[in-house]
Design a binder for this molecule. Sequence first.
Ligand code: DUC
Ligand code: ZN
Ligand code: ZN
Length: 466
Amino acid sequence: MSLLITGGTVVGPSGSYPADVLVEGEKIAALFVPGGGPDGVETVDATGKYVIPGGIDAHTHMELPFGGTNASDTFDTGTRAAAFGGTTTIIDFAVQRTGEVVQDGLAAWHAKAEGNCHVDYAFHMILGGVDDDSLKAMDQLVTDEGISSFKLFMAYPGVFYSDDGQILRAMQKARDNGAMIMMHAENGIAIDVLVQQALSRGETDPVHHGLTRPEAMEAEATHRAIRLAEVAQDCPLYIVHLSASQALEQVAAARDAGRNVFAETCPQYLYLTLEDQLGAPGFEGAKWVCSTPLRSGKEHHHRDLWKGLRSNDLAIVSTDHCPFCFKDQKELGLGDFSKIPNGIGGVEHRVDLVYQGVVDGKLSLERWVETISTTPARMFGLYPRKGVIAPGSDADIVLYDPAGRTRISAETHHMNMDHSAYEGYEIAGKVDTVISRGTVVVAGGAYHGRKGHGRYLPRGLSSYLV
Ligand code: DUC
Ligand code: ZN
Ligand code: ZN
């Protein structure tokens, strides 16, 4: 089936220009000067709209078992919500627990996702135990399974934590096979001491989650990860969910030195604060317990992170979508903040929240598309199949209406969450139409997609490797 998208402005990292886009089957077939496309084809009117490549959320945790419960979005509910928000690809994290065979963890994630996704999906692999077997498995996953990125944790001792020796070994393996090491950079050993000290003083409210994970512990771990990657002959390193100015300084210094170091941030670190959200009265702040934590609004984190996005020291905005309902899930930590499941849901709102940065003059239109789609595709080996409006690429296309408005609320969102981290936020822009591999899945606010439409995407190596 053919579809001609007419009258819109195509936006990509290198510019914006009026063009009509012809879709044939699942692919983009051609771009035409306005009015230059074929006759007799079904058309979608994009007049006044931006035509952008579908969003790629490179950091989600559907159904993650964590903190004594499971993330509340399944691959079904979470990818449907993603589609509503203009995200047509997610990269979720398959998990190898300590003592588990890596390939078994991966098989479990395929079983959760297969046949249940509304948009295309790929996997990174969390290594919960670095040993001879998992190092060998890294090669097999890169070569045979289309998984070219591995997440390690400097936090969460006893759960996902790797020590420096394990990290170095995994980095050396990645240097050899071309994979990317993704790092949760917080000093978990020191943080656990601070947590115990706070609890013994009777400090049990959610805000203490943030206060016991200070900026210095993120900056220190970021620095350590960068130096370990240096010892591993400049293994490619990607810092996930960067939240703090001092951690960004570490990344910027490494990049200025020409190092293979990249980083992402998330909307929660661009908009929300320790005082206003995490420090909300009573137990309310539990809604915003995530790690890395929200940072103080009295410092300059938001300003610095937006600047980092402009300068490319921050390459990508992902969500770290890891939703838990307030009732029964966040409530597990009533009376003890350390038992609140860590995570914020936002897969539905990333495209809008970063677009608000364009409206506010913090980001160019082109950089918006680059940080939410093109760079994630390049960073994680999906380009040019994804992340660009060009002949031969998958027809994952969003028509974005700059004259529309989006009001975020738990009453209207599609994520399986009983609250919203962004309740009441108004965005000056709106996802209008979403096309996934040539199929219109969202139009006029209505859903036309289906569970099972989304396919697994084996990935290649990062385009940014040197
Ligand atoms: N941080 C979170 O907030 N949730 C899931 C895992 C993580 O690192
Ligand atoms: Zn993490
Ligand atoms: Zn995460």
